[in-house]
Design a protein around this ligand. Structure first.
Ligand code: GDP
Length: 460
């Protein structure tokens, strides 16, 4: 252990939780796949561990991948945990104790395409949550005249590019740096950054060739080690704290929770409290499940049962009464504490995310608590009143509620990243209630506003 004083003896350092954000098609999924793939192709047993909803890359593997950029002796954080679902709504809707669940973010920007609406949204979210981030300037391989150089740091590889390729890429990168500056962030090529708290490091990468990925991992590791170590100190033996990624029906197990545990430990048999649609759910963990490598999809044998899971990790929890659990909600192991105290804790955390509704307005459905809140904020800004706001797919009851709105422009359901249950579709087909659904908040609000404008024009 090195010099940090505030890390006490009983604390263990956990892996930082990393999220990947950016505009659609800028390469978020490819980047995550490449990181996982290159880790595995390093050929070490245990190169990565696939969790539910997340992938853990241990320090040894990071250091093998990053070469000279990460010397294991310089680090005491155990590695990096990547949340598998990229995109800013999964980021902004996942929180822990009021903050963002992810400790650190990679903002992926296509070098050719620059800042796009979802890049802007992602930046706003990162700013609001105060999450440290780095920029992966992706698709450098598409630079005209690019000559791929695998296996060495990107800075070296840049030196080997033709003048034309280099100046073309420089131009795009400086443009990116300018766009970040317009957003109030000072940034630079990562190798020129001295203090990653003050300056955002821009890492040129290619999710296709893998160039720059060693650098990206090196910067993530270095940044977490240097600036976030205190936050990574957890009481690993203490009761588990987690956030629900998803509520999933699973054959043989009923409703289960995909959870990212960010503090403490959870055991099979533990009593837990989970945020529910109506009230906190108190239940007992029947099984803790981890994906079994190469398992057949759609059988119960897809999972291995484990006795305990320590933070930071992704895990599937099977337990009775989870039907009403909400994605984005907190999960707490009760441990030695009084269960009522834990219920109050969960309630207090949920109260922060409450959405104000009115007597008249539209119905809003969203996939997680955080996205519901984000939708409510966007609608409030657009001065659209909300009659009811809930997490979950669109059910017949929602259509019935929407039809009770007085104004025709409010006989509407706005669905964010949710499905329509088939019996609800039958109700919608009757035509009294109109549905808008999208997985981009600003587009959803825009679509609705256009509809209202059109309706008003038609009335004149
Ligand atoms: P996402 O929507 O941000 O998750 O983007 P994807 O990872 O799905 O990538 C969108 C498209 O860009 C796909 O066709 C990818 O193959 C391609 N792509 C992603 N990264 C790179 C890259 O570094 N170089 C090139 N040439 N193509 C890339």
């Amino acid at each position: 252990m090195s010099d940090t004083d505030s890390t006490s003896q009983s604390d263990t350092l956990r892996t930082p939780i990393v999220a990947v954000l950016g505009h659609v098609d800028h390469g978020k999924t490819s980047l995550l796949d490449k990181i996982r793939g290159s880790a595995v192709s390093e050929g070490e047993a245990g190169a990565i561990t696939q969790h539910i909803g997340a992938t853990a890359v241990p320090l040894d593997t990071v250091s093998q991948m990053a070469g000279a950029l990460v010397k294991p002796d310089d680090f005491d954080l155990p590695g990096l945990l990547f949340i598998d679902t990229p995109g800013h709504h999964s980021f902004s809707t996942l929180r822990s104790r009021g903050g963002a669940l992810a400790d650190i973010a990679i903002l992926v920007v296509d070098v050719n395409d620059g800042f796009q609406p979802q890049t802007e949204e992602a930046i706003d979210i990162l700013k609001r949550t105060g999450t440290p981030f780095i920029v992966a300037a992706n698709k450098v391989d598409t630079t005209p005249g690019w000559n791929p150089q695998q296996g060495e740091p990107i800075q070296k590889s840049l030196e080997k590019q033709s003048k034309r390729a280099k100046s073309k890429l420089d131009e795009s990168l400086y443009q990116l740096i300018g766009e970040l500056s317009d957003k109030g962030f000072s940034s630079d090529f990562y190798w020129r950054v001295q203090n990653f708290q003050k300056n955002i490091g821009v890492v040129p990468v290619s999710a296709l060739t893998g160039e720059g990925i060693p650098d990206l991992l090196g910067v993530l590791m270095g940044l977490s080690q240097r600036y976030m170590k205190d936050e990574m100190a957890i009481d690993v033996a203490g009761p588990g704290y987690g956030t629900v990624l998803e509520v999933k029906e699973e054959r043989g197990f009923g409703a289960t929770l995909d959870v990212v545990l960010y503090d403490g430990t959870i055991h099979a048999g533990d009593t837990i409290v989970v945020g529910g649609a109506n009230e906190p759910i108190v239940t007992e963990v029947r099984a803790l499940l981890q994906p079994r490598p190469n398992a057949e999809i759609r059988t119960e044998k897809r999972f291995d049962k484990v006795d305990e899971v320590r933070a930071a990790a992704g895990v599937k929890i099977a337990a009775p009464d989870l039907e009403d659990a909400m994605a984005g909600a907190p999960v707490r192991v009760v441990g030695d504490r009084d269960v009522d105290e834990v219920i109050r804790e969960v309630e207090a955390e949920l109260a922060d995310i409450e959405v104000t509704t009115e007597e008249e307005g539209v119905v809003v459905k969203a996939d997680t608590l955080g996205s519901l809140e984000a939708m409510a904020n966007a609608l409030q800004e657009a001065e659209v009143p909300i009659l009811r706001a809930e997490v979950g797919d669109i059910a017949p009851r929602d259509v019935a509620v929407a039809s009770t709105a007085r104004e025709p422009e409010h006989k509407v359901i706005l669905g964010f990243n949710v499905d329509v249950l088939s019996n609800a579709q039958d109700e919608l087909d009757k035509g009294e209630v109109k549905l808008f659904d999208d997985d981009v908040i600003y587009q959803l609000v825009e679509e609705y506003e256009e509809f209202v404008d059109e309706m008003k024009r038609a009335q004149q």
